[in-house]
Design a protein around this ligand. Sequence first.
Ligand SMILES: [Cu+2]
Length: 283
Amino acid sequence: MRFTVFSLVMGLCTAVVSSWVWADDRQHDAALRTGAEPVVFVAHDYGFKGPDRLPAGLTTVRIVNEGHDLHHIQFLKLQQGKSAADFRIAIAADPNRLPGWVQYAGGPNVHPAGSQASATVNLTEGDYVLICWIPDKNGVPHVALGMQKALSVRGGKPVKVSLPTPSVVIKQIDYQFVLSKPVHSGLQMIEVVNHGTQPHEVVVVKLRQGATVKDVIASFEPGASGPPKGELVSGITAIERDARVILTGEFESGKYGLICFVPDSVTGRPHFLHGMTTEFTVE
Ligand SMILES: [Cu+2]
């Protein structure tokens, strides 16, 4: 992965201020979960297969990667009446920059094959595209190689879906992650809330013995050699300020790191260079 591409990516971050929050916090706090089967999108090199249409509301999304490269899903809500065709044209014109009329709406980040990792996002009615922003070895973001899929979100779910209370909250600010309490081993539902002013993501890495989160970042740089210093195990793609999503991830005891690769809206440098990483231990 080349992060130089991420640094080219956007100037738009703060262009759209999100009204994308849970429509109903009472629903969110309720402890029952009915009919919440995950929606699955299959990623390949380079495209997505999955539903073209979903009902609005809380939606748990899982990515199944049938490709060789790393892939994730970034939901983008189209604003100003723009269509997926407009989006395709904009990316063809400038593959390294998202148009200013999209809103980051989260999604599942990279995880290993067979993992139960997922993201639960609140999809409000409208037109979306889902994309993969990860660059190939030449630095071309996968979205420009075909990893973009239109999604129409219309109508409500037949069954009201609610979520259990999360075990931990990760607060995102410019430029830090703050965990509300220690993460325990097992399958955890973690709420991610963006209290910053810019979009942020969460990449969860399991650190190899003796490695730091900085070692992991360095091992993704072009020309890096040697064994990987960590494994990308779960996370959520970027969300707007004031938005929240649920990250479901599997944790075993050991050391972990969190990283945000979103490019800064002012400097263009990825947020981890502004300090947006943290490390924690799972027991
Ligand atoms: Cu960030």
